[in-house]
Design a protein around this ligand. Structure first.
Ligand SMILES: [Cu+2]
Length: 133
């Protein structure tokens, strides 16, 4: 315990010395007129939003029946049947409500990782699993 804190103290002092040295070096380089090149490209924003995913309902079945997505992914549900269906998690972590025949709905995947089994509340024999990881 004591040894560890002593060691950490010395490391901090050593690092502080290194920082001071670095600051002095960059100071002496500052006066020659050659500043750093201007950065013209802004950081890409496309990676900020999670990828989109899709579940298709056809012939009273979810496709794919097992879907793996990142947390918070926007998931589009396409109902290709002529009757309404739902995508409802067993613990109501997500629920599209009724999706009319030939209609589309979206929901957002939970932010917590896990395996979420879901059904169609109108046809409880329709089952799927959404894995968030
Ligand atoms: Cu259904």
């Amino acid at each position: 315990m004591t040894f560890t804190s002593l060691h950490r103290g010395r490391t901090a002092v050593a690092l502080g010395g290194a920082c001071t040295l670095l600051a002095l070096v960059s100071c002496s380089n500052g006066g020659n007129g050659n500043g750093p090149a201007p950065t013209s490209t802004p950081p890409a924003a496309t990676s900020a939003s999670p990828a989109a995913a899709r579940i298709v309902i056809e012939n009273f079945a979810f496709t794919p029946a097992n879907l793996r997505v990142r947390p918070g992914t926007k998931i589009t549900v396409v109902n290709r049947d002529s009757v309404p269906h739902t995508v409802t998690a067993g613990d109501k972590a997500f629920d599209t409500g009724n999706i009319a025949g030939d209609a589309t709905a979206t929901f957002t995947a939970p932010s917590a990782s896990g395996s979420y089994s879901y059904i169609c509340t109108i046809h409880p024999n329709m089952k799927g699993t959404l894995t968030v990881s």
